[in-house]
Design a protein around this ligand. Structure first.
Ligand code: NAD
Ligand code: WQD
Length: 341
């Protein structure tokens, strides 16, 4: 049985991926400092799968502790989710974002090298395409101007991984660029649990629906799109989790990679904010009161993935519909009105 280290495995995408890895027969070691998550997510993943996870509450910025974990387990590959991820917060706290996201990654790469671990999958983002790119985004497009320190940290880590892969030949890296992950595991036992006021659309909608917030602010209706609201490529978090398992299986089969492999993970179909509200209302038969407000600074009118490369190379494509995303979001929110707490 191969052992995978999942950093940030207690978080939203990490917990769903840990579940998929366990179901596929991997042994999973999770390292998370719980700065934006709860151990309850790991507890529930174990309950759902009937399998155990080796969990370490460790901050990746402390490399001695990471070193101890690598001494205790033979790690075949790493999936590196751990990062701070709030775009707006990163504009106010740029140092915290660079310090956390870069130091963590550098420590991890150093300890991996010292322990002969050569396979890493990195959580990147559609944000690396920047403001100038014309959708659908394709992997070979050049980096754009980062719109936030968060986005810049993702670009910088990609650059580090690419340079190290080219120099070493023995390091195998995959960068997965996610579009907009939403939804929850179909059990409703794990899902997205924002600690503060949700900044992203889907958790905000579900908190309005459950009565925790009065109404949704729709940020702008004068964009050059069909209905004037922004369009995004929303994908189900379980499709995203399964994409990581396929990427890992692919990576473990590679003899050598001359450069970092990059894959978009999205559906290829954009939906507007108003279409998402409508889809949530229709799927769940519940009203979501909203008002149109000013545009949010930095929002792009529309972007979506060209996801054909992941299909060709990894055999991955999304299976779950928009309706499924809405049903699963609501099941999680209804069953857990206060998240994991
Ligand atoms: P999340 O905040 O739920 O998960 C991140 C996890 O990392 C948390 O559990 C947090 O406690 C942990 N963590 C952060 N810094 C750490 C450190 N120094 N040491 C140990 N643990 C640490 O976020 P998520 O939505 O699951 O995102 C996972 C990854 O995917 C992130 O790298 C994020 O940037 C990336 N990503 C997310 C989205 C999205 O919309 N959610 C889109 C694109 C990319
Ligand atoms: C979606 C749409 C908003 C909240 C962000 C990051 C990106 C990636 C995914 C990590 C936009 C509108 C939102 C609200 C609204 N994360 N909206 N009212 O901005 O596409 O991407 O998360 O890598 O890097 O930038 O996602 O969910 O915040 O917004 O009208 O209360 O919903 O304007 O059009 P976004 P989002």
């Amino acid at each position: 049985m191969k052992t995978v280290l999942v950093t940030g495995g207690a978080g939203y995408i990490g917990s769903h991926t840990t579940l998929s890895l366990l179901e596929k027969g991997f042994h999973v070691v999770v390292v998370d400092n719980l700065c934006n998550s709860s151990y309850e997510a790991i507890y529930r993943v174990q309950k759902l799968t009937g399998k155990s996870v080796d969990f370490y509450e460790v901050d990746l910025r402390h490399s001695e502790k990471l070193q101890e974990i690598f001494k205790q387990h033979v790690i075949s590959g790493v999936i590196h989710f751990a990062a701070l991820k709030a775009v707006g917060e990163s504009m106010e706290l740029p140092f915290a974002y660079y310090q956390n996201n870069l130091t963590s990654t550098l420590n991890l790469l150093e300890v991996m090298q010292q322990n002969d671990c050569h396979n890493i999958i990195f959580s990147s983002s559609a944000t690396v395409y920047g403001e100038e790119a014309i959708p659908p985004y394709q992997e070979q497009m050049k980096y754009g101007t980062p719109s936030s320190p968060y986005g810049a940290s993702k670009m910088m880590v990609e650059r580090i991984l690419q340079d190290m892969t080219v120099a070493s030949k023995s390091l195998h890296c995959v960068s997965l660029r996610y579009f907009n992950p939403i939804g929850a595991h179909e059990s409703g036992e794990i899902g997205e649990d924002p600690k503060n006021v949700p900044q992203n659309l889907m958790p905000f909608i579900s908190q309005v629906a459950v009565g925790k917030r009065d109404q949704l602010n729709v940020f702008g209706s004068d964009f050059p799109t069909d209905d004037g609201t922004c369009e995004r490529d929303y994908l189900h978090v379980m499709d995203l989790a399964e994409g990581h398992v396929l990427a890992l299986e692919w990576l473990l089969k590679q003899e050598s990679l001359s450069e970092m492999a990059v894959f978009n993970l999205g559906t290829g179909t954009p939906y507007s904010v108003l279409q998402i509200i409508q889809a949530f209302e229709n799927a769940n038969n519940i009203q979501v009161p909203y008002v149109i407000t000013e545009r949010r600074k930095g929002d792009l009118p529309a972007f979506w993935a060209d996801a054909s490369k992941a299909k060709t190379h990894l055999g991955w494509e999304t299976k779950r519909s928009l309706e499924q995303m809405m049903l699963d979001t609501w099941r999680w929110q209804m069953q857990n009105p206060n998240g994991f707490s």
